[in-house]
Design a protein around this ligand. Structure first.
Ligand code: HEM
Ligand code: HEM
Length: 187
């Protein structure tokens, strides 16, 4: 490729990229756990403590995704040279899809909370803007979108994790090491 991005790309993920990757894994585990364990939402109920945690951690996921995406764009990393072209394309598509789905899941949840008239407080403290004023019509229209995003994200994460395990156990090509600590001196 002639694009400057690939020419400037590092060969390995640096420490910051790895920290951001594993931090995202940790907050997503917390977010899915709270999402599934919190009580179902009915009628005009107000958000209880688990939901406030869900909204707070959700905003953290969104902030982390934006930081991570900015870092990825400004610190490009070349695909592993040992990968055949179809695997380079597949992994590139899955990685970008992961970013897009994390963003869509967060925005759909925030929109849903706003349409219900719930203020999103970050960590029970900082009020964030409503994406829309309370709107029962919109609420009906967007009902289910957050769930579709959650499941699409989970399915893509599963494909990504299966690929990582297959590389580790079947191809034994060191792809997993690219995201593990201390495998590079890069930033
Ligand atoms: C990637 C980040 C997120 C994940 C994985 C996630 C996951 C989930 C899960 C598993 C549920 C329970 C199942 C459901 O009813 O949909 C849920 C519900 C909900 N989430 Fe999230 N969520 C995320 C981000 C957010 C954000 C950022 C907000 C708002 C700021 C939010 C607001 C909500 C609301 C209001 C519900 C209740 C929806 C309903 O009852 O239909 N979520 N989320
Ligand atoms: C146990 C779970 C996970 C494992 C074992 C894992 C493993 C890996 C590995 C080995 C790479 C490097 C791939 C390469 O260089 O070709 C990678 C990259 C990546 N992973 Fe994961 N991953 C996991 C979970 C996640 C989750 C939950 C997300 C986000 C939703 C995610 C998003 C990404 C992205 C976007 C990249 C590309 C690198 C970047 O843009 O910073 N991973 N992962």
């Amino acid at each position: 490729m002639n694009g400057g991005i690939v020419e400037m790309a590092a060969a390995q993920y640096g420490t910051t990229a790895k920290w951001l990757h594993w931090l995202m894994v940790a907050v997503l585990i917390a977010q899915y756990s709270i999402g599934w364990l919190m009580p179902d939402i009915h009628g005009t109920m107000t958000p209880g403590s688990p939901m406030i945690w869900h909204l707070s951690i959700g905003v953290l996921v969104l902030a982390l995704a934006i930081v991570r995406l900015s870092w990825r764009v400004t610190h490009p990393v070349a695909p592993d040279p040992s990968l055949p072209p179809y695997q380079r394309i597949a992994s590139g598509v899955v990685h970008w899809l992961l970013y897009v789905l994390v963003l869509l899941t967060c925005l759909s949840g925030w929109l849903f909370a706003s349409a219900r008239g719930w203020k999103v407080l970050w960590l029970f403290w900082l009020p964030l803007p409503m994406l829309t004023p309370k709107n029962p019509v919109l609420l009906k229209q967007i009902d289910g979108i957050h769930q579709v995003c959650e499941w699409a994200l989970l399915a893509t994460i599963a494909a990504h994790v299966v690929a990582a395990v297959v590389h580790q156990l079947h191809f034994r090509d060191g792809i997993m090491r690219r995201m593990l600590p201390r495998s590079s001196a890069a930033r």
